[in-house]
Design a protein around this ligand. Structure first.
Ligand code: ADP
Length: 596
């Protein structure tokens, strides 16, 4: 008998123990029953012998009883010293007794066997009881001899019965032990036969429960009669595996989806403990450390009463709440989120078990809105200045004409200058708006840097000459991949600024270079006053000026660099300024390579 490594000893011992107990009970019960029936049989036999003996003795009874009975009659007819014979008158008076003096004996009418004989149709009654006189169990039998008016009573000791019961007991015990051993062996054999496949089934069920591959591969028939259970288990295992796989896939999909969503999402239970949150939430609300502890509560993540109220309304009242553009303090500065909170309900019971909050980042929108507001205010302001001047001077001209005074040329010049200023402002605004709206598609082609530079320099030559500025062109790159009109606009804006802000007799240079990564750099440098570093970052914003008064005086709109930045972005490039106060300024434009 080979016992597998993981034999189910507990199960086996239980099966064997139960079977052994059953065997013991069965064997003990059959022993007791056999003994009982043997005893009953023995007594019945002795009783019938006694009955026969008493019956035969009736023939020896003297006539004319009770007068004629002699005290020795009983002793004479008892034959055997162990057989006690008593003759009792129908009144219960003992007439003679083989083992006793009648004078000392009490009335025997009340004796069980006598009463039984009186009540029996056969006239025979019996009783088994302990005899005080003989100190042993006796079988008493009484025969009612009605014709003579007496009872013949005999008593036989049951010592023979006890002796034979002892013999029976010892042989019975031997026999029963033998049977118990055989049945015990059978219990062991059948216990193993049952425990082995059950153990394998249990092992398999254990593996199924722990989603483990079976450590031990079982043969087809190793489950015996339990093979049906095995195949059901196999079905369950396959089903579980499929379900676990589906669940994992769904979980992965969900996790991917969650991390792909740009909104921050958090779900909490009724106590405010996070049930789940996506990576965006962890990043945005900086509560990773708190979140990672696993004990984080909603009020540790948000201090804002409005946000907490929204969650409370969902958790306690099952209400949906939406908050638009709520400001949150963030490590990167103030951020704005629109928040919608909805209760989580279990479809089966319909009760609220949590709430989910979706935080949508509207910071960019909010900023854009602010830029728009500022822009409208700036435009209005920029338009008002020349318009006020035009209005003022036209009013004066009107008055002069009305009063017949000569029209001042100076006034007309001022009106003309401000109108030109308005025109250039409107043109710049239209340019910006077309760039914003992506309205004009760039026609990028290979352009000769020398050709386009020369054209622009010629266009602005008047300004350079007026201020006696020296302009140098260095075309280290022959071609650039760009939109001709837009590139011209960039060059005009940068060179016009250089001419404007560089004092008379200054130096202006225009150079083209190629970077090691095949990008083209356009550099417009001047020997002007330079720009303090604190302005560098904001210089390309709309209407941003370092010196407002000077810019206006020079006819600047404050939009030139913003247009340059836009055009460069549209080309996939960039623009920046390099400048030290007192040492001039360089504006650098980077164009990506031809295939960039
Ligand atoms: P503007 O029409 O006022 O020149 P820009 O957008 O072209 O507007 O320029 C923004 C501001 O940048 C200018 O007001 C000026 O203060 C500064 N700036 C531009 N170019 C130069 C330069 N070459 N040297 C010094 N400051 C300059």
């Amino acid at each position: 008998m080979t016992i597998p490594k993981r034999f189910p000893w507990r199960l086996f011992s239980r099966i064997v123990l139960i079977q052994a107990l059953l065997v013991l009970v069965a064997v003990a019960a059959s022993g007791v029953a056999a003994r009982y029936f043997y005893k009953q049989q023995f007594i019945a036999q002795v009783e019938s012998q006694l009955h026969v003996t008493l019956k035969s003795l009736t023939q020896d009874l003297p006539g004319d009883l009770p007068a004629n009975v002699t005290p020795s009659w009983c002793a004479t007819h008892s034959h055997d010293s162990s057989f006690r014979l008593t003759l009792i008158a129908s009144s219960g008076l003992v007439l003679c007794d083989s083992h006793h003096q009648v004078q000392t004996m009490e009335n025997h009418l009340g004796r069980t066997e006598v009463q039984a004989a009186l009540g029996s149709t056969s006239g025979f009654g019996q009783s088994v009881r302990y005899s005080e006189t003989l100190s042993e169990n006796m079988l008493y039998g009484a025969l009612n001899v009605k014709s003579k008016g007496v009872f013949l009573r005999g008593a036989i000791p049951l010592s023979n019965l006890i002796a034979s019961l002892q013999i029976l007991d010892s042989s019975l015990i031997g026999f029963l032990v033998l049977i118990a051993l055989v049945l015990g062996g059978f219990a062991l054999w059948s216990g193993r036969k049952l425990a082995l496949p059950l153990g394998r089934i249990l092992l398999k069920a254990e593996n199924v429960a722990h989603h483990q591959a079976s450590e031990q591969e079982f043969e087809e028939d190793s489950f015996g009669e339990l093979s049906e259970l095995d195949s059901s288990l196999e079905d369950i295992r396959r089903d579980l595996e499929a379900k676990a796989e589906n669940l994992n896939r769904e979980r992965e999909e969900q996790a991917t989806l969650m991390s792909a969503i740009s909104d921050a999402i958090i779900a909490v239970d009724l106590e405010g403990t996070p049930l789940f949150y996506n990576s965006r939430f962890a990043v945005l609300f900086g509560g990773q450390a708190v979140l990672r502890t696993g004990n984080a509560r909603l009020w540790e993540l948000f201090r804002d009463p409005e946000v907490l109220d929204a969650f409370r309304a969902a958790l306690k009242g099952g209400k949906n709440t939406a908050i638009s553009a709520h400001a949150f303090a963030h490590s990167e500065g103030q951020k704005f989120f629109s928040l919608s909170v909805a209760p989580l309900r279990r479809s089966t019971i319909g009760g609220v078990y949590g709430a989910v909050g979706v935080f949508h980042d509207v910071t960019a929108l909010k900023k854009a809105e602010q830029i728009r507001i500022d822009f409208v205010a700036n435009v209005s302001h920029e338009l008002r200045t020349p318009l006020t001047a035009i209005k003022g001077y036209t009013d004066t001209l009107e008055q002069d004409i009305g009063q017949g005074r000569a029209i001042s040329k100076e006034f007309v010049e001022v009106i003309s200058r401000n109108t030109a200023r308005l025109m250039s402002l409107i043109n710049d605004l239209l340019d910006l708006s077309s760039l914003d709206a992506n309205a004009d598609n760039l026609q990028r082609i290979e352009l000769s840097t020398e050709e386009i530079s020369a054209r622009v320099l010629k266009q602005l030559s008047g300004a350079f000459e007026t201020k006696k500025q020296n302009v140098i062109l260095h075309a280290g790159v022959s071609n650039v991949y760009a939109d001709a009109t837009r590139l011209e606009q960039v060059l005009v804006n940068l060179l016009d600024n250089a001419a404007k802000y560089t004092p008379s007799g200054g130096q202006i240079s225009l150079s083209w270079e190629r970077t090691p990564s095949n990008e083209v750099l356009l550099k417009v440098s001047d020997s002007g006053p330079g720009i303090p570093p604190e302005h560098h970052e904001r210089l390309f914003e709309r209407f941003y000026r370092v010196d407002k008064a000077r810019s206006r005086e020079l006819g600047g709109t404050g939009l030139g660099l913003a247009i340059v930045k836009h055009i460069m972005q549209r080309h996939g490039g960039a623009v920046w300024v390099e400048s030290t106060v007192g040492q001039g300024a360089s504006f650098v434009c980077r164009f990506p390579g031809a295939l960039g």
